[in-house]
Design a protein around this ligand. Structure first.
Ligand SMILES: Nc1ncnc2c1ncn2[C@@H]1O[C@H](COP(=O)(O)OP(=O)(O)O)[C@@H](O)[C@H]1O
Ligand SMILES: [Mg+2]
Length: 449
């Protein structure tokens, strides 16, 4: 990776100023405690750098989470070992009376290894011997505080109680805060969701007029949702959050639409595959999903539950212990989705009418129909790009008229056709290649050409 990448440099400049501030706070904290000459009589007199208009993910995170003086300092303290470990050297001073490091400084390591600040270290600098302030600081780490909910900062339990815990910035968060890249946790058992991205844009979405209208409405809700409830004072009366259901046959663009709704409104979309979550992470699911929901709320992510059929299954009758677990997970998930104050989109391939009680849980249930001839032609044309790979006998109008296929199938057919042409040594494909591809796709679906 090149270190000249502008976001990294912009972010580093912001961090540089923040480091200088944190170092001055540490220096003042130590001076005040030991009653040495100090330019200020409280560390809080050292105003942190203004970040309101600063670029980069560090400034954005501070702004988005409304981090105050103490929170910013604790966060920087936790990052010093990564950014500029020598700024932690003041904590290595020995107490001449005990010939040990100062108990007051807290921290782990030191003498030989890298000094790792603990909550005690933060309390020493910010609170000194003022007990109320010390206890106030501990509140930053309560489970409902943004540090924990947004996974900004965690405490790694130490050998003796809360204040001996090491301050730790989770790796994905540290990566974002330092490189300037957007925060993107890595998929895994602890985080069972993947970021959805697409090179396509909103205008590439092929939709019949009725669907286009419904989606415009959803977009408007996403854009104005929070503003509307806040500005009109409706917040108390309306259930917060937006829950939308997409249903219809496979390959009609449900996943793509969820992705593009996010792209259009500048929100990341995280896809949770329910069939995976419910079967694989039994037991741990609730904890991990709980964290995922909390983070999504803080980060303004859209949560997309793909293959949500598991949620529509019959509830009640169970056989094995695994089924019972699955049922429990499903019930938990439904409740969690209903309580989620952010944006949740669920998608299912079920074509049948929805259980009414279930449909009532959503602000909108949007049907993605199989495309008609006109839409199919657009899908064909779009998928063929500039058309430079199409031989002279290719007749997309005829294909669109004749074959009732989904947008998802168009892509697959083109891939088959291109392969067939390449095998022949041709640079462009002909109608017969497309028919071959069509045949294969239709056969896959149990249909005949
Ligand atoms: N309505 C559509 N407009 C544009 N492209 C589409 C549409 N439907 C499907 N596609 C193409 O097919 C691919 C698969 O569609 P997908 O969104 O996964 O369908 P679904 O989630 O309904 O099964 C998309 O990534 C896109 O390339
Ligand atoms: Mg899909």
């Amino acid at each position: 990776m090149r270190d000249t990448h502008p976001p990294l440099q912009d972010n580093a400049a912001v961090l540089e100023a923040e480091l200088a501030w944190a170092a001055s706070v540490i220096d003042a904290g130590i001076r005040l405690y030991f009653e040495q000459a100090c330019a200020v009589d409280s560390v809080y007199a050292l105003t942190p750098p203004p970040l309101a208009t600063a670029p980069g993910s560090y400034a954005e995170t501070v702004h988005a989470h409304g981090l105050g003086f103490a929170e910013r300092f604790v966060l920087m303290l936790a990052m010093l070992g990564h950014l500029r470990p020598q700024l932690l050297d003041p904590f290595l001073i020995k107490n001449v009376n005990t010939e040990r490091s100062f108990t007051e400084f807290g921290g782990v390591g030191g003498a030989h290894g890298v000094f790792q600040p603990t909550l005690e270290t933060a309390a020493f600098v910010l609170a000194g011997e003022r007990l109320a302030e010390r206890l106030q600081l501990a509140r930053l780490f309560e489970p409902d505080h943004r540090f924990s909910r947004a996974r900004l900062l965690e405490l790694e339990p130490g050998s003796g109680g809360l204040f001996t815990s090491i301050l730790r910035v989770p790796p994905a968060r540290l990566h974002a805060l330092t490189t300037g890249a957007p925060y993107a946790p890595v998929f895994g058992a602890e985080f069972p969701a993947r970021r959805l991205e697409s090179a396509l844009s909103w205008d590439d979405l092929v939709t019949p007029p009725s669907l286009a209208e419904a989606l415009e409405e959803v977009h408007a809700w996403i854009e104005q949702g929070a503003t509307l409830t806040e500005a009109w004072g409706l917040g108390k009366h309306l259930r917060p959050g937006l829950r939308i259901l997409f249903y219809g046959p496979p390959g009609t663009g449900k996943t793509l639409t969820a992705c593009l709704l996010g792209k259009r409104s500048g929100r990341a979309v995280y896809r949770i595959d329910l069939s995976q979550v419910v079967s694989k992470y039994i037991g741990e699911t609730e904890k991990n999903l709980g964290r995922l929901f909390a983070q999504a709320e803080h980060e303004d992510w859209i949560l997309f539950f793909d293959e949500a059929d598991a949620l529509f299954g019959k509830r009640g009758a169970t056989q094995s212990a695994n089924d019972r677990y699955a049922n429990q997970e499903v019930a938990y998930l439904l409740q969690r989705i209903e309580d989620f104050p952010g944006i949740a989109i669920l998608a299912t391939n079920l074509k049948s009418n929805l259980d009414e009680a279930f449909a009532r849980r959503f602000q909108a249930a949007i049907y993605f129909a199989a495309p008609e001839a006109e839409e199919r032609l657009r899908l064909w044309r779009q998928a063929c790009g500039d058309g430079s790979r199409l031989g002279p006998d290719v007749d997309l109008v005829q294909l669109a008229d004749k074959y009732e296929i989904s947008g998802g199938m168009v892509g697959n057919i083109l891939r088959h056709a291109l392969q067939a042409a390449l095998r022949r040594g041709d640079q462009s494909l002909c109608q017969a290649d497309l028919r071959l591809g069509l045949e294969r796709e239709l056969r896959k679906e149990g249909r005949l050409i």
